[in-house]
Ligand binder design. Sequence first.
Ligand code: HEM
Ligand SMILES: *[C@@H]1O[C@H](CO)[C@@H](O)[C@H](O)[C@H]1NC(C)=O
Ligand SMILES: *[C@@H]1O[C@H](CO)[C@@H](O)[C@H](O)[C@H]1NC(C)=O
Length: 321
Amino acid sequence: MSRFQCSPLCLTVAAIIAFTHTCAQLTPDFYEHVCPDALPTIRGVVEQAIQQEPRMGASLLRLHFHDCFVNGCDGSNLLDDTPTFTGEKTAGPNLNSLRGFDVVDQIKSELNSVCHGNVVSCADIVAVAARDSVNIFGGPAYQVLLGRRDATTASFNDANNDIPPPSSNLQALLSNFQNHGLNLQDLVVLSGGHTIGVARCGIYLPRITNDTNIDSDFRASLQKGCPNAEAQNNNTNPLDSTTTLFDTVYFKDLLQFKGLLHSDQELFKNDGSETDGLVTLYSNNPEAFWADFGASMIKMGNLKPLTGQNGQIRQNCRRVN
Ligand code: HEM
Ligand SMILES: *[C@@H]1O[C@H](CO)[C@@H](O)[C@H](O)[C@H]1NC(C)=O
Ligand SMILES: *[C@@H]1O[C@H](CO)[C@@H](O)[C@H](O)[C@H]1NC(C)=O
């Protein structure tokens, strides 16, 4: 996994050699002149989609995470497989799980019309749709930096290797995040993304079967809808008990050992660790959660963007031009 970000050193070098492609900066006003209606258009489609199916907001947030963690936020996970190309959609963390592609298509086609041409990248669409989803569910309206361009390729193997599995322990989660230039606080606050959305039975079955740091009533209630992975693999359960509110209940649930995923509960073990402290802080301080979540999303959104002349603006998010 490579982990290139625009470090201070890199930025200094970039300033000296008068801006290189790789270090070009994302900016909040990238589309202000080329397509002033871009952001309101994205917001409108996301609102409609969430009205039709609330879970879609969660799905769009996760789409951005799975894009950024695999070779940077470059729209690579939107590429469809072809007879000669295997992209990221069938990789383990994504197969039968990642969703929202139709909504991205709809946004793209409205933008191509509203902007009188192909000017907004798919990677930026996903970044903005994720932010809008968070905000529509009551979370922060952090400022999304823009100007990403789209990858012309994708990596099945990197999608399998670079997205942490839910069986991860704290050390594995932390080193995965550190490999992406993110720290322990980013890990805890971004895991708060699980304040919305659901997981499938097959995913949380190992936890409700084998974990001991789980509330017993919570375990019993989950076992009813998830007796075994084969029979009911597609049954889902909310990741926290208020699944369409971007609130602090995800963290409150962890304090009660009601984390749905093994990886969630790894963040709180009541052992006085640093992650315990952060979970406790966010559990009763929505303002801190929202502010820090926004800051960490911006950090995640800055992972290895393609800028300048690199990559392309895809006409159709599902295939390269
Ligand atoms: C820390 C490591 C993480 C792990 C191990 C993890 C794992 C998972 C798993 C296994 C699912 C359920 C997938 C399924 O059953 O199909 C899920 C769902 C979800 N994840 Fe994560 N995740 C992590 C971090 C994040 C981050 C950083 C975000 C966003 C900021 C995020 C947002 C979501 C959302 C919103 C859903 C629900 C999606 C939906 O309902 O369609 N996750 N995650
Ligand atoms: C529970 O743990 C046992 C022993 O490690 C393992 O064989 C089994 O597959 C686990 N169950 C689930 C559902 O993961
Ligand atoms: C689960 O859903 C996926 C697609 O949504 C489908 O391909 C698969 O067959 C389903 N599995 C079961 C056990 O129903």
